[in-house]
Design a binder for this molecule. Structure first.
Ligand SMILES: Nc1ncnc2c1ncn2[C@@H]1O[C@H](COP(=O)(O)OP(=O)(O)OP(=O)(O)O)[C@@H](O)[C@H]1O
Length: 443
């Protein structure tokens, strides 16, 4: 941080306050002064970049109550309390509750400056970490970006938002490569569980011998830490059960029992632990038919199918193909550090004329082959308007803007902040791409 550290000073004695502020200015701090605790709360919050130094004894709200209010706003915001009475029991109680430091008046300028410098660098570090975490969350949100403007995709996005909030278990049906896991991740990322794990279980790979160890974990013989199971890792997060139809019937019963118990006792532990899971199961099979045929447990199916989403094959939403192809092509080119290959007539013909039985995954592989120059080549025809890099970059830009607006639910100010664009540039781009924030507002 290049700015001088910011300190908010609170004391009911205006003369003392002034003297303190001057001393701190000289020591290289920026100081804001307040003569009562209630107004010192003004503007404080999770992103406030400074440190609070407050007298304890003040009429009305005292310094300790001020600390408690600030602690509720942001437990990581450093509050240093000053007392004239050397009140040790109170200092101990305050430190236990999270007061950053406690100084006894009269406090020497050097001691004060040292305490404030420590607190200010702690604050800077906390804010930096939070910003980093936010960036990571943003990029994780981008990874699960759902491309496509077909009526199906628009409806799916709304459904995902609703389900994410609702917290119910979800069953996602759809052919291989149709986006089931991507949808499950999007639900997780939008849900209150987003900070916890998304645990993928490939049910087809689970056999009876490995089930317990995989789900509940194993006890290391003698040395080393216990290996936690997948259920434990998923606690308070989301458990994604891929290809649920492939789970052997005895394991279906075990899984149901484990999920329903809402607690687990891993081997080598003394007591059961609570288990709080959201289960999202996926299948490319006709599960109701399997239930009828006795090949899949009805009770597990009913437990999982409270909210069922069915994803169509890509061939049933062809209007998304060009946008998806461009998205995959740009992503592959960027990853492989290659220039974006022009989209030839042969490629366009393939996009339009082919059935895509492998759905989005097959389209993605095709885009990657194209990025590598491995798709059938035909010489560009006269007047063939193969899009150049500028066109593709423009489209990618429009896509990012739409995504930012979607995440901000149509709030233009938030979207431009997310994209870190000045207002005028942002609006110029909206006009250029024909994007209207109103289209992204819910309801
Ligand atoms: N709407 C979408 N927008 C962009 N990419 C998508 C979208 N849906 C899926 N994808 C991408 O398509 C590929 C296949 O999707 P995904 O793995 O989610 O399908 P799946 O139905 O779970 O596949 P499987 O049945 O084989 O497990 C992934 O690389 C994913 O990132």
């Amino acid at each position: 941080m290049t700015d001088a550290p910011l300190v908010r000073l609170v004391d009911d004695d205006p003369d003392l306050l002034e003297a303190q502020a001057q001393g701190l200015h000289l020591a290289g701090f920026r100081a804001e002064t307040f003569t009562d605790a209630a107004s010192a709360l003004d503007g404080l919050g999770r992103d406030w970049p400074g440190v609070v130094l407050s007298d304890v004894r003040m009429p009305g709200m005292d310094g300790f109550q001020l600390f408690q209010r600030i602690h509720a706003l942001d437990p990581d915001l450093p509050v240093i309390l000053l007392t004239g009475h050397g009140d040790v029991p109170m200092a101990v109680a305050a430190l236990k509750q999270g007061v950053y430091d406690f100084l006894t008046k009269p406090v020497g300028g050097d001691t004060l400056a040292a305490a404030l410098t420590r607190a200010a660098s702690n604050r800077a570090l906390v804010l930096e970490n939070r910003a980093l975490r936010r960036q990571q969350q943003d990029s994780a949100a981008r990874e699960t970006r759902l491309i496509g403007q077909s009526p199906f995709m628009q409806h799916l996005r709304e459904t995902i938002s609703r389900l994410a909030e609702a917290g119910s278990d979800v069953l996602i049906l759809g052919p291989g490569g149709s986006g089931k896991e991507t949808v499950a991740r999007a639900i997780h990322r939008q849900s209150p569980r987003r900070a916890r794990a998304f645990v993928h279980i490939a049910c087809a790979a689970l056999d009876e011998a490995r089930f317990e160890a995989e789900m509940l974990g194993t006890e290391q013989q003698g040395r080393g830490p216990r290996q936690p199971g997948r259920l434990e890792t998923a606690h308070r997060g989301t458990l994604y059960l891929d290809e649920i139809e492939a789970l052997a019937p005895p394991l279906q019963a075990r899984l149901l029992a484990l999920i329903e118990a809402r607690q687990i006792q891993p081997p080598g532990t003394a007591a059961p632990r609570p288990l709080d899971l959201r289960v999202i199961a996926a299948s490319h099979a006709d599960l109701p038919r399997l239930v009828q045929a006795g090949a899949f447990r009805g009770d597990l199916y009913y437990r999982l199918s409270g909210a069922t989403l069915t994803l169509p094959p890509l061939a049933e939403r062809r209007e998304d193909i060009p946008e998806l192809f461009r998205h995959f092509l740009l992503a592959a080119s960027a990853r492989l550090n290659l220039p974006v290959a022009p989209v030839t007539g042969a490629v366009k013909a393939r996009l339009v004329g082919y059935g895509w039985p492998g759905n989005l995954r097959e389209l993605q592989q095709f885009a990657e082959s194209h990025a590598l120059g491995l798709t059938p080549f035909d010489p560009p025809a006269e007047g063939d308007e193969a899009p150049g890099l500028a066109d593709l970059v423009g489209e990618y830009e429009a896509e990012l803007i739409r995504e930012a607006l979607r995440l901000a639910q149509g709030n233009a100010t938030q979207a431009m902040a997310r994209l870190r664009l000045p207002r005028k540039t942002f609006y110029d781009k909206l006009t250029r791409h024909g994007i209207r924030p109103a289209d992204f507002r819910p309801g």
